[in-house]
Design a binder for this molecule. Structure first.
Ligand code: PDD
Length: 281
């Protein structure tokens, strides 16, 4: 499988970086995950704008302009589609500060390490869409800069494993009693036919699907509101949804072992999910 590393297209098995790369030593870098449908990048400009914001926040220069990124990524996507007959893909883009003797201080004038790979998209299964997924909750013990799409993901890995250990699909996190996000997704609740999500802040990643869901709700005549959401509101929600590049929009039907929702729809994917999913497709 081909990938891109620092100016070259090469096989994944041949791509090597120095052990002194600050990505390896410090987790000093940022990343993006961009979905591809029918060989076409989805919301590419939005992903590139977020990459630019992440890079600026950690003071790594952006190695390419948008066209530079697009040319390289398109090459990989076309190549992967031809080889694997895979039109739908996930592109992974990573930029680290570069290679330098180990010192916490940011060195001046480093050349960033750029890595891009693509893989065949693995959509949620029919079973997951039909029955929804189980999630568990945990305290958000990660750092306070969740707005940066950092490759330092140990906090997210530890959070995700809490649900993995229980055979659940995602860990939903609360900071000081309020919803932040999942270990690798944003979390939404449905309350009185409106989709509610936590406000954008330094405690969570503003998913590209924040804007997308706002647009879809508008199209569908559903309310869409960003405001602090308490733990109690999540447990009492009509529906709970996850969103990410990989999950698109996915219904949560069990939370900490209890069915989500009320009445006849209890424990089943709800009507707002169904409409959003259809609009998303
Ligand atoms: N994760 N919050 C976190 C912590 C995430 O890692 C992600 C995405 C999101 C959703 O963002 P978006 O809608 O832009 O995908 C929210 C990616 C997919 C990953 O790490 O693989």
């Amino acid at each position: 499988t081909p990938c891109y590393l620092n100016g070259e297209f090469l096989r994944l098995s041949e791509a090597k970086v120095s052990v002194l790369d600050r990505g390896f030593i410090f987790g000093d870098g940022v990343y993006e995950v961009v979905p591809v449908y029918g060989r076409r990048l989805f919301r590419f400009q939005e992903h590139m704008a977020r990459l630019e914001r992440s890079l600026q926040k950690v003071r790594i220069p952006n190695p390419y302009d948008e066209m530079g990124w697009l040319d390289r990524i398109r090459h990989l996507v076309a190549d992967h589609a031809d080889r694997h007959d895979a039109e739908d893909q996930l592109v992974y883009v990573q930029v680290t500060r570069g290679v330098a003797p180990r010192d916490h201080v940011m060195p001046v004038g480093l050349t960033p390490t750029v890595f891009i790979m693509t893989s065949t998209m693995k959509p949620a299964t029919a079973e997951q869409r039909h029955h929804g997924v189980a999630c568990v909750t945990a305290r958000d013990f990660r750092w306070e800069r969740g707005d940066i799409k950092s490759i330092s993901l140990l906090g997210n890995v530890l959070a995700r494993q809490i649900s993995a250990d229980q055979g659940a699909a995602e860990t939903i996190l609360f900071r000081d009693g309020f919803l932040t996000e999942g270990s690798a997704s944003n979390v939404w609740i449905v309350h009185e036919d409106a989709v509610l999500g936590p406000p954008k802040s330094e405690h969570l990643l503003e998913g590209i699907r924040y804007e997308l869901l706002a647009e879809l709700c508008e199209e569908l005549g559903l309310g869409f509101n960003l405001r602090p959401i308490s733990e109690a509101e999540v447990y009492a929600a009509d529906e709970i949804l996850l969103s990410s590049a990989t999950k698109e929009v996915l219904p949560v039907t069990r939370l900490d072992g209890e069915p989500v929702g009320h009445g006849a729809g209890k424990g089943k994917p709800g009507p707002v999910y169904a409409r959003l999913y259809e609009a998303y497709q």
